[in-house]
Design a binder for this molecule. Sequence first.
Ligand code: S3P
Length: 424
Amino acid sequence: MKFSRISGLRGELAVPGDKSISHRSIMFGAIARGTTEVTGFLQSADCLSTISCFRKMGVEIENQGSRVLVKGVGMHGLKKPEKILDCGNSGTTTRLLSGILCAQDFDSAVTGDASIQKRPMNRILIPLTQMGARIRSASGNGCAPLIIQGSPLHGIHYQSPVASAQVKSAILLAGLYAEGETRVTEPFLSRNHSELMLSHFGADVRTEGTTAIIRPAKELYACPVEVPGDISSAAFFLAAGLLVPDSEILVRNVGMNPTRSGVLTVLQNMGADITVINQNSRSSEPAANLLVRTSRLHGTCIEGELIPTLIDEIPILALTACFAEGETIIRDAAELKVKESNRLKVMAEGLSSMGARVQETEDGMIIQGGAPLHGAVIDSCMDHRIAMTFAVAGLCADGDTEILGAECVNISYPQFYKDLKNLA
Ligand code: S3P
């Protein structure tokens, strides 16, 4: 896929549904009593992996496009899958599903693609084992495939070394089935979609500071889920609207959960002209329309508690910083090394190959803005957010930018290139 410099991105779009919320709607719907109606569901490879795993455990899921009906089987109604469950490229599926499987009265196994089989799973194996789970890495390297023998669990208070919603959610889901209360304390608050949605489904879950607390449930009860647009997908259009000259884009129905909207705070701190219009609360999650116009930006520092609120947006923020006046420092972001690719390395190398002044550090990047970018051949490393970031980069660079493995946007945003083209 090739991109070259343009000007004047204009028009409006609604980005597809939030990936994190879509996954959870299927998982929680599956173990609830009654039928959960999900609207705005993200039809992407990752979320389809979640649907496929639960179908293999006897859950009837009617996928009608943007509406999905999950016929819940109750907390103890899942059936033993005949084969190993394939989570594809999805870390959220692998980790959250493992939390549920540990507590079932059957044995199971989960795996995923080559990228998933390299991602760290000790971060869930350790706390789940402390809860009494019998879960192990098949090859003993702390990665999937994971072998799970269902067993009784008990609550713990886990001090998580990482701010990770996947870790927190795996523990909370196991905690639903455990004896006694389960607590997870994080260094900084990560996205709280699980807490919000579980509470809607009737679970006894609450938050105190950066600690999430859950009590065991007898049952969860189906309730409708309206999935707002994914701010992580919207971020590519916010950046494109800011960086491409003479642009004005309205992005409709973007999820505005404060544990996710750090990208907006940072862009506005950098001088971005982004107006929040019609903020409203759908279901348990707020949403708004965002109007973005081409802006002059200045450098900033992105660190600390902000990091989990924009963890998936750091690649596109790094690109944006290349066009800002002065220096941008990103730190406390070592988690990026264990995402779908090593995003610190891949971003620093890719941006440098386009002429940007970027230095990779141990836990982030230092970017000197203002160097003009030129086209390059960029390997997406089959990481969807890398492909989309460099597509936007190509629109702001001299010459051609070619993206290898561009089709990996299917993971979170299958119609990304079409939506981008419609604005051009
Ligand atoms: C997600 C949590 C984040 C994020 C991922 C989705 C979730 O991962 O990067 O894209 O749905 O809980 P971590 O929890 O590992 O930080």
